[in-house]
Ligand binder design. Structure first.
Ligand code: WQD
Length: 341
């Protein structure tokens, strides 16, 4: 059978680059498109080293509809995975228009071209759509909550765009993957998370503190009504997360979907607290982390983790890597970056 081609928008970023590696390993042709507004070429170069290929890379902005049309005219795209979006929760509160214009326009452009060309669409969604769930663990049937940030709102709106387009246009099929907390790096330590400026997320802040780039990690609150007082999350290994995309794309291109629009939670189903993550990081990497307890961060959800059974059953995917392996990979990546200077 002829090889299928997958377009990865935002493919030079953290999740996009790991997904590209797994798609290539699964025998897909991959086209990467990125405007490099939120990353440099470090991960792209790492992807080329891991795959041993100079994968096609188009520098473009998905807010430019003509550029999106030109891209789809240049390649026969069987599925597009859409990562190209801004993703800093706090920044989205300070600058909502930056998020609404960029995140919505880019996806609407992809949907218009996917409708005209006939293409499967895989949308990178987030557990943030569940807000602070009443009942845990959350399943795909759990209700979404009004978002506490414009970033989270764009995820809900894009899910609805995809749902409505699939209903109206027979040329589009769609899957939304709701990620919990992606962490870690590829075992080769050639690709990983590359936050610009001060990291918002926990694990890159931990590794930058451990390497000495940051003075001290602030633990945002240890007075929550949870077992150790810190928040609970479902930390999903980036390689496991990337593999889930291969299962989802294959489900679409092989016509195995049961509905034309499907949603899957991508998590481990294993709640881990912030403190547990810190102590596991120290133990597996044999180091002492400098951290202090700080006030709660406004907008933080106290506890969220998923019931991954629907995704496991229908996608045939299951998270494999242990938290220890993931945190060792995050540290190896930080050391690789330090050595690159
Ligand atoms: C996790 C926990 C913090 C930093 C967000 C988005 C989600 C996804 C990942 C975008 C919380 C605590 C954090 C720190 C800390 N997409 N923390 N000190 O907020 O669960 O999810 O990012 O990237 O859609 O909503 O992730 O890593 O910021 O926080 O104590 O310096 O770690 O309070 O409890 P979050 P996070």
């Amino acid at each position: 059978m002829a090889k299928k081609t997958v377009l990865v928008s935002g493919g030079a970023g953290y999740i996009g680059s790991h997904v590209t590696v797994e798609l290539d390993a699964a025998g897909y042709d991959v086209v990467i498109a990125d405007n490099f507004s939120n990353c440099d070429r470090t991960n792209y170069k790492g992807v080329c080293k891991i795959t041993g290929k100079e994968l096609p890379l188009i520098e473009m902005d998905f807010c430019d509809l003509q550029a999106v049309r030109k891209l789809f005219d240049s390649y026969k795209i069987d599925a597009v995975i859409h990562f190209a979006a801004f993703k800093a929760v706090g920044e989205s509160v300070d600058d909502p228009l930056k998020y609404y214009v960029n995140n919505l326009e880019s996806f609407l452009n992809i949907l218009q071209v996917a409708r005209d060309k006939g293409c499967n669409v895989l949308f990178s969604s987030s557990a943030t759509v569940y807000g602070e769930p009443e009942k845990l663990p959350v399943s795909e049937l759990s209700e979404r909550k009004p978002s506490t940030s414009p970033y989270g709102n764009t995820k809900q709106m894009c899910e609805d765009f995809l749902r409505d387009c699939v209903k109206a246009y027979p040329t589009i099929k769609g899957i939304a993957l709701r990620y919990f907390n992606p962490i870690g790096a590829h075992p080769s330590a050639l690709i990983g998370e590359l936050p610009r400026g001060v990291p918002n997320n926990l694990v890159p802040f931990i590794t930058q503190t451990a390497i000495g780039k940051r003075e001290c990690l602030s633990v945002f609150g240890n007075d929550y009504p949870t077992p150790d007082g810190t928040c609970l999350r479902d930390f999903i290994d980036i390689v496991d997360l990337a593999k889930a995309h291969v299962f989802a794309v294959t489900r679409m291109v092989e016509g195995k979907m049961e509905e034309n629009y499907e949603i899957f939670n991508i998590g481990t189903g294993r709640p881990v607290s912030v403190m547990e993550l810190i102590t596991t990081f120290e133990k597996v990497n044999n180091l002492k982390l400098n951290y202090k307890i700080a006030p709660r961060r406004p907008g933080d959800v106290m506890s969220v983790w998923c019931d991954p059974t629907i995704g496991e059953k229908k996608l045939g995917w299951k998270a494999q890597r242990t938290l220890e392996e993931t945190l060792a990979s995050a540290w190896a990546w930080e050391k690789y970056l330090a050595g690159k200077k």
